[in-house]
Design a protein around this ligand. Structure first.
Ligand SMILES: CCCCCCCC/C=C\CCCCCCCC(=O)OC[C@H](COP(=O)(O)O[C@@H]1[C@H](O)[C@H](OP(=O)(O)O)[C@@H](O)[C@H](O)[C@H]1O)OC(=O)CCCCCCC/C=C\CCCCCCCC
Ligand SMILES: Nc1ccn([C@@H]2O[C@H](COP(=O)(O)O)[C@@H](O)[C@H]2O)c(=O)n1
Ligand code: MG
Ligand code: MG
Length: 226
């Protein structure tokens, strides 16, 4: 959703940053790896130690590097296939770390099974949503969009965590529920997104045709049936 509404506007701000980093001699791959490493480090230290507000702020700053690497790739005349795989793989690692850090907080600070369940649903679906897209593309199909894409997921989890952290600092009782509301909303919307992407593939032309039998190892990597 945000990728449709926000990409053009954010690109205007990010493009000069990308240009400056390329001019400074940095490569997009370095920025991808740096942003991911820093996001993971923040997620697995600040969230588990109970610093939800600062965790959300610091992670929000570092996940923005995921926009900068693409801007740098475009500045250099276009991305590489390796860069695209590195970018997508690093996104999965960062998303996993953010939800794992929050799950740790849910267990050891909140002792909340409900928040743990919602967070684990988000952890799994965050990977599955993107995997569905990648696997569809490997089959020559497309499974994009849906209710929750990565930018939506990050804004919801970071806003929910940040607000609950803020409530803790200022003793605002009713706001402490923000992370619960955010994670359950995200869990439900993410499950819907998995089905939306599968339906998109199912309804694509030729998607349900039987795969041609091959004599050698099949393109899909499956063992041959004849
Ligand atoms: C008191 C409370 C405090 C709380 C503070 C936190 C609030 C949180 C607010 C903002 C946090 C920023 C989060 C947004 C970061 C977005 C980064 C991002 O991931 O963008 C994703 C997307 C590009 O994706 P990629 O192509 O790089 O990766 C693809 C993605 O992983 C796909 O996953 P899927 O979507 O399918 O699940 C994979 O399938 C695919 O393979 C992979 O390639 O970027 C966009 O979509 C662009 C639009 C993003 C719009 C973001 C809006 C953010 C809002 C505010 C940011 C302000 C910007 C200011 C810039 C200042 C810079 C100096
Ligand atoms: N290390 C990288 C990172 C990204 N790319 C290219 O950018 C695309 C992603 O752009 P975003 O603005 O959405 O981040 C990606 O698909 C690659 O084409 C790259 O080449 N190297
Ligand atoms: Mg990127
Ligand atoms: Mg990315």
């Amino acid at each position: 959703m945000l990728s449709v509404l926000g990409r053009a506007a954010v690109s205007k701000v990010i493009a000069p940053v990308g240009r400056a980093l390329v001019a400074a001699g940095l490569s997009p791959d370095v920025v991808t790896v740096f942003g991911t490493t820093a996001s993971v480090a923040a997620a697995v230290t600040l969230f588990p130690s109970g610093h939800l507000f600062w965790g959300a702020i610091v992670i929000a700053a570092f996940v923005l590097f995921d926009l900068v690497d693409g801007a740098m790739a475009r500045e250099r005349g276009g991305g590489t296939r390796y860069g695209a795989v590195l970018d997508a793989t690093c996104d999965r690692i960062a998303d996993g770390a953010i939800f794992a850090g929050l799950a740790w907080w849910a267990v050891y600070h909140e002792n909340s099974r409900s928040l743990l369940v919602a967070t684990l649903i988000c952890l799994v679906t965050s990977q599955v949503i993107s995997y569905a897209k990648a696997r569809a593309e490997a089959s020559g199909l497309s499974a994009e969009g849906g209710l929750i894409e990565r930018s939506d997921r990050l804004v919801i989890v970071l806003l929910g965590s940040g607000l609950t952290g803020l409530a803790g600092h200022f003793g605002i009782d009713w706001l402490e529920w923000a992370v619960y509301v955010a994670m359950w909303l995200l869990a439900v919307a993410s499950v819907i997104t998995v089905f939306q992407r599968l339906l998109q593939v199912r309804n694509a032309e030729g998607a349900r045709d039987p795969l041609p039998k091959k004599s050698g190892i099949a393109e899909s990597g499956e063992a041959p049936t004849t």
